[in-house]
Design a protein around this ligand. Structure first.
Ligand code: G6Q
Length: 544
């Protein structure tokens, strides 16, 4: 059966809108934002879009109305609306893994019907949520007792990649809403240091481990999980303690029970949830334990409302679509390699790391859905740090370096920690940076300040650096859900334009396989053939 995902497509570079954008780029590239604003003085309020408490100012982009018209045509000619509908209706759009892509079902309200292979998946989603809620209430209230009868003080989430980055980011982002007498740690790295440091000051009888692994076979997570089991049993001395101090989040009940975890304390999810799209599934158990079931449901409600916006808003007012298309504009026409994500909120300190996986694992692909070399650039490199810290380190290169780096500046109108003038100063920096990046400072302006002639060139800011300013009313659980879903659907939009599978991750596989072989080489149980460099490195590391 031919589906949207498998239908034969016109190659991207043959689409009329693509060709028109190429010609249009030649006209736009030499124009400066100073001129663009002069010719279009109202663009600062016109080239904006908002949805509920999220406001996107995209006026400081190197675009005109013509650019936007062509980008929206590109979306239409790429079949974005049809692909979006295919995702929402459970079609197996992850063709290389033969799976539906339904993170949107994780936040669908009770009663909505979303089918995979003819089965409505929404009731199961709510069953798991109810199970998580009941468990979270018990741990948070102290009704859940550890092996020696004490309440849980610290929760340690063991997971990696999609089973770690979302939980860490969400815990940090929503710390303001967390129960402060419960502490949270996250162990992901197979480097024993991660586990050793995370548990160094913990007592096993007050600690709960969540083993978060979709497959329950991931080397890093299973190694850490077994170390955690040994660590706990050394203190508690009784295998029965495992049931009180270990729970699992997984799709693999067989492996979970082999590990010794009572499957009554297993929280499931499904193969249609990709790792990097799973923070709102049971993988978010640590988030729910931290902020409580009610706040977790608010987070889901935020995700859901952005899903609805993405699904129903016209392309021209659709936040994820606009951001996705602007990314394509810089990536494919200006040759910009990276995007800086700069959240002006300390609670979002792990947001750039989270987005790195979401965007780069999704869209870092070199072939189209039918396996042909793409022949154009795909996924951009996402990176960043919270403002204002970044301003005192790498912003120099964004302002005066030789590379074009579009940036997303994310700020909140209201702070959760009103302290003196801090928030006014913080927000002043958001706006100042966007203004300076766009308009810079000319040689005339520098000279007028009385700068010595030999220093003028050094103090000129070329400007013409594009930014999105994303202004959110307040960092609430709902707002976080909307923000994450905004980027999820931005990634989706770009994946459709680039005609790639945004939902597989074959690139992670080769290293994993080779590592398993080399473990054998290092412990002497195997003698595999490698290149001369790898062989020498293994020999040196094997010296006792
Ligand atoms: C995400 C990736 C990857 C995955 C980890 C952990 O989309 O698939 O980051 O989340 O490899 O996998 P498990 O949850 O199966 O341990």
């Amino acid at each position: 059966m031919s589906t949207v995902a498998t239908a034969v497509k016109t190659p991207l570079t043959q689409l009329p809108a693509w060709k028109a954008l190429q010609a249009h780029y030649e006209a736009i590239a030499p124009q400066h934002l100073r001129e663009i604003f002069k010719q279009d003085p109202e663009r600062g309020t016109r080239l904006t879009a908002s949805f509920e408490d999220i406001y996107l100012d995209y006026s400081k982009h190197r675009i005109t109305d013509e650019t936007l018209k062509l980008l929206f045509e590109l979306a239409e000619q790429s079949g974005l609306a049809e692909h979006r509908e295919a995702m929402f209706s459970g079609e197996k759009i992850n063709t290389t893994e033969g799976r539906a892509v339904l993170h949107v079902a994780l936040r669908a309200p009770k009663g909505e019907v979303i089918q995979v292979d003819g089965k409505d998946v929404v009731p199961e989603v709510h069953e798991v949520l109810d199970h998580m809620s009941e468990f979270s209430d018990r741990v948070r209230s102290g009704a859940w007792k550890g092996h020696t009868g004490k309440r849980i003080k610290t929760v340690v989430n063991i997971g990696i990649g999609g089973s770690d980055l979302g939980p860490v980011m969400a815990y940090e982002a929503l710390k303001h809403y967390s129960q402060r007498d419960l502490h949270f740690r996250f162990v992901s790295n197979i480097d024993g240091t991660d586990f050793a440091e995370a548990t160094e000051d913990l007592q096993a009888d007050e600690t709960l481990f969540i083993i978060s692994s979709k497959t329950f076979t991931t080397l890093e997570t299973m190694t850490n999980a077994h170390t955690a089991r040994e660590w706990a049993l050394k203190q508690l001395g009784d295998d029965k303690a495992v049931a009180k101090h270990f729970v699992a989040v997984s799709t693999n009940a067989g492996e979970v029970s082999k590990f010794g975890i009572d499957t009554a304390n297993m929280f499931g999810f499904w193969d249609w949830v990709g790792g990097r799209y799973s923070m709102d599934s049971a993988i978010g158990l640590s988030t729910m334990l931290a902020v409580g079931p009610e706040n977790f449901r608010k987070l889901l409600a935020g995700f859901h409302s952005m899903d609805q916006h993405f699904r129903t808003a016209p392309l021209q007012q659709n936040l994820p679509v606009i951001m996705g298309l602007l990314g394509v504009w810089y990536n494919n026409f200006f040759g910009a390699q990276t995007v800086a994500v700069l959240p002006y909120d300390q609670y979002l300190k792990r947001f750039p790391a989270y987005l790195q996986q979401l965007t780069m694992e999704s869209n870092g692909k070199h072939v189209t859905l039918d396996g042909a070399e793409v022949g154009y650039q795909t996924g951009q490199i996402f990176w960043g740090e919270p403002g204002t810290n970044g301003q005192h380190s790498f912003y120099q290169l964004i302002h005066q370096g030789t590379k074009l780096i579009p940036a997303d500046l994310i700020g909140f109108v209201e702070t959760l920690n009103p302290l003196g003038n801090h928030h006014t100063y913080l927000m002043a920096n958001v706006f100042a940076q966007a203004e300076a990046l766009a308009f810079g400072k000319t040689a005339e302006e520098v000279k007028a300040e009385g700068t010595k002639p030999e220093l003028v060139a050094h103090r000129v800011f070329e400007g013409n650096r594009p930014t999105n300013t994303i202004l959110v009313d307040k960092l609430t659980p709902e707002a976080l859900g909307k923000l994450v879903a905004l980027y999820e659907h931005m990634v989706f939009t770009q994946g459709v334009i680039w005609q790639i599978d945004s939902f597989d991750q074959w690139g992670v596989e080769l290293g994993k396989k080779l590592a398993v072989q080399i473990i054998g080489d290092l412990d002497g149980s195997q003698h595999n053939k490698h290149d001369s460099s790898t062989t020498a490195l293994i020999a040196r590391a094997s010296k006792k």
